[in-house]
Write a protein that binds this ligand. Structure first.
Ligand SMILES: O=C(O)CCC(=O)C(=O)O
Length: 365
């Protein structure tokens, strides 16, 4: 029989503190969504009225031939408008992408006690964190998602500390993606008149993290969200999604595109990876590239997995709009700050669209 969570505390303890996650909740046999997961109406996702993003994937193999400039234009245009695009022929083996999805399902299928060893308070390593929702302590409604987060320092430490069930494929995924990340950054920075040398690469994407997200089936998807509206904190995110769908991006109001202000679904494309611009790239580019506001719905039929690689500056890195761009624009649209302060602000608040960027607003004297 399903356990009864007679008050919010017992549910919070079961899901968050004891590490059972939403997966444990669903496996316990609940037939209706607990109150703690019911989103306010404005945040609920209307699946019926959503349209799909029609942008074809960018073929990255064309970067190495006569179409180079054309492909750079496609990448720049997508980054200046939606802040999201998909890529194919990206150099990450497609069979590795399949293994990653299987590995994520296997990991979250482990008994709760095997995953809970990586809960924040008890994890044997600061590199690995298992959890649920985003910041459960600060959220009005919890997100219908469990995750494992693996921070990268070097290969040896990843192999030593990342969970044995996922470390090999996750590390291969990261290592085979980095060439593509470098090419994308080269294209985006080149367009701003900034040459990408090793010190800049370190400044922009010195920190990397592989996450695995698990969205269990939900008895009433229309009441919940998998992930609430947010933009990513870092520089570029590479995302592998499975075939289930449910990732939505908001078309900004201030760009020259159809469907301004509407949510569009990024449809699953076999073998493709999704790329999205994070807040740091928006700030470095002085607002030319748009970090993308996105969210994820849940489904009642099948559990979904997604596997993002988050790239960002190191915690101690100073961040400000790049001088080359400020000179052209005649104004700096963001102030200088240390990235760790941005991170503290980001993780100190529940998801709330692009509000995260307010931290970097210029000080108006
Ligand atoms: O699952 C997805 O498609 C997106 C995940 C996401 O937005 C995140 O992990 O920040």
């Amino acid at each position: 029989m399903a356990p009864s969570f007679d008050n919010g505390n017992s549910l919070f303890n079961f899901v968050v503190q004891d590490g059972n996650g939403v997966k444990g909740l669903v496996d316990s046999g609940i037939s209706k969504v607990p109150q703690a997961y019911i989103q306010p109406p404005a945040e609920q996702i209307d699946k019926k009225n959503a349209t799909k993003c029609e942008m074809p994937p960018v073929d990255l193999s064309r970067l190495d031939g006569p179409d180079h400039d054309e492909v750079v234009k496609e990448i720049v245009r997508a980054s200046e408008t939606l802040g999201f695009f998909q890529v194919v022929n990206h150099g990450v083996p497609v069979d590795l992408l399949e293994s990653l999805k299987g590995t994520a399902h296997n990991f979250f299928g482990l008994p709760a006690e095997r995953k809970a060893v990586y809960c924040k308070e008890v994890s044997p390593t600061p590199l690995v964190k298992y959890g649920t929702s985003f910041v459960p302590e600060n959220e009005k409604a919890l997100e219908w998602k469990d995750y494992i987060s693996m921070a990268y320092t070097n290969d040896a430490e990843a192999l030593e500390h990342w969970p044995v069930e996922c470390r090999d494929v996750a590390l291969q995924y990261l290592n085979t993606s980095l060439d593509m990340v470098r090419k994308l950054l080269e294209a985006l920075m080149g367009n701003l008149g900034v040459e990408l040398d090793d010190s800049k690469i370190d400044a922009f994407i010195g920190k990397k993290m592989v996450n695995m997200n698990y969205y269990p089936t939900c008895p009433s998807p229309e009441l919940t969200v998998g992930v609430g509206r947010h933009s990513d904190m870092g520089t570029l995110t590479i995302l592998l999604q499975d075939g289930i769908g449910g990732l939505y991006v908001k078309v900004p109001e201030d760009v020259d595109m159809e469907k301004r202000g509407q949510w569009v679904e990024i449809p699953p494309v076999p073998g493709a990876l999704v790329i999205n611009i994070g807040d740091m790239l928006q700030i470095l580019s002085n607002g030319r590239y748009k970090s993308a506001e996105h969210r994820v719905r849940t489904t009642s039929t099948k559990s979904r997995v997604s596997i993002p690689i988050f790239t960002s500056p190191q915690a101690t890195q100073k961040i400000a709009p790049l001088p080359q761009v400020v000179e052209k624009d005649g104004v700096a649209r963001y102030r200088e700050f240390v990235f760790s302060d941005y991170m503290n602000s980001f993780f100190g608040n529940a998801h709330d669209g692009k509000k995260s960027l307010e931290f970097a607003k210029p000080n108006l004297a």
